[in-house]
Ligand binder design. Structure first.
Ligand code: DGL
Length: 272
């Protein structure tokens, strides 16, 4: 077994990030935790999001991972500083791709789709401040979209209806870029593309994050002996195992790999 990464999200959204990591480094073993019992994070309190992020990080550490990916913009917005303070392990995190969007926008108008909590965070505000002179940002909270992805309803008319409701007003504002600031939203990208056409850029962070993961892993030397065994792909949920099995079958790109799907048993953690 080669290097082992731990990835978590409030649900299945982090698979959009894991897919990019897997494309770049199929040899990696990974443990993915979907915190389904607490999904969505977008309507939780700051305290809850921080507590859950500590809990999930500790669970991944127990599994012996070499690096952790916080595949969730909302968890990153509230917990990343605290996590990096508490744990020695390298942690790669998500952030809405405001910088690349601001740099490439021609009209100077950029729409950001994210959870209500991400948009209300100080971290997001400070990120925006850095590019405020260069661009005008239209912030769109998108309640309901995470649930649509979690329920595997991305092809249902309701998904289209909600996307139209959120995106159409910004289109009238002459935007030329849309930032997907939540890891669930890439699963809705086709619907967004169909609505906005080809002249608008839809920007996500997964590719950049996966590059960062690969780069960071190169600097980590593990004590484990390399062996011939296939990498293991382990998926855990804090919610219903049956539902999670269908989600992994629906969204995970590599059904032929050795996949282990389990319920994560709640256990106590240190206080946070
Ligand atoms: N996928 C997460 C994010 O990137 C969390 C969404 C949610 O649970 O509300 O923000």
């Amino acid at each position: 077994m080669g290097k082992h990464i731990g990835v978590f999200d409030s649900g299945i959204g982090g698979l959009s990030v894991l897919t990019e990591i897997y494309r770049k480094a199929p040899e990696l073993t990974f443990s993915y935790i979907a915190d389904t019992a607490f999904n969505p994070y977008g309507n939780k309190t700051e305290k809850q999001i921080i507590q859950r992020s500590h809990y999930l990080t500790q669970q991944l550490l127990k599994k012996g991972v070499d690096l952790i990916v916080v595949a969730c913009n909302t968890a990153t917005a509230f917990a990343i500083d605290d996590l990096r303070k508490h744990y020695q392990i390298p942690i790669v995190a998500m952030e809405p791709a405001i910088k690349p969007a601001a740099e490439q926008s021609q009209t100077g108008k950029v729409m950001i789709m994210a959870t209500t909590m991400t948009l209300s965070s100080d971290r997001y505000y400070h990120l925006l401040e850095r590019f405020a002179e260069q661009s005008q940002f239209i912030h769109q909270a998108c309640p309901g979209l995470v649930e649509i992805v979690e329920n595997m309803e991305v092809v249902k008319p309701e998904a289209k209806q909600l996307i139209h409701q959120y995106v159409l007003p910004a289109l009238e504002n002459n935007i030329d870029s849309i930032v997907l600031g939540c890891t669930h939203y890439p699963f809705l990208k086709d619907i967004i593309r169909e609505l906005v056409g080809d002249h608008i850029s839809i920007i996500e962070t997964s590719e950049a994050v996966s590059r960062q993961v690969v780069k960071k892993l190169e600097t980590i030397t593990t004590v484990k002996k390399p062996d011939e065994r296939l990498p293991e792909h382990k998926f855990y949920t804090t919610g219903s195992l049956e539902h999670f099995k269908s989600q992994v079958a629906y969204y995970w790109i590599n059904p032929i790999s050795k996949v282990i799907i389990k319920a994560l048993k709640e256990s106590s953690t240190s206080k946070h």
